[in-house]
Design a protein around this ligand. Sequence first.
Ligand code: SF4
Length: 172
Amino acid sequence: MLGSLPVLNLSEAKFECIFGRGCDGICCQQGRPPVTDDDVARIEQALPKALPHLREAARKKIEKVGFLSDWKKAGRRTLRVADKWCVFFNQGCVLHKLGMQEGDSFKYKPVVCAVFPLDVTTKGQWYVRQWGVDGEQWDLFCLNPEASPKPAAESLREELALVERVGTKPQS
Ligand code: SF4
């Protein structure tokens, strides 16, 4: 628990992001994150700055059909994929990099990406995604609690702070 918001399995969860240290960012491969209206507004704000930094296939796709797919996840629209990767992925998340340059890594990223691997159960409770928890289906190696001894309560401090700001659920 951080502040007032409970996170179900935080005391026992282990997690370490090793992006750039053996992981190329595979959580963004075919990721198709669902987005809220607020996410869409923030991405639209970043788009003119983001476009020149995207992969050519992704930039062309966005210019032709936009960054939102008609495919829905959990009732929300999702980001498009180009050549198997999220359109905003180019050796890392371009939305993340743009936000970081402006002093807030989470400024433009969809909330679901920014708080990963924190997520909300169907009952609306925050928890840390881990193999063996809440029927986790994703075989991503970093969701294996045996992959790192690092307590998620330490490694996810920034994400937990964002969850505190977001509240009980990502806002629509
Ligand atoms: S928006 Fe960024 S973090 Fe989310 S899937 Fe796309 S590239 Fe990855």
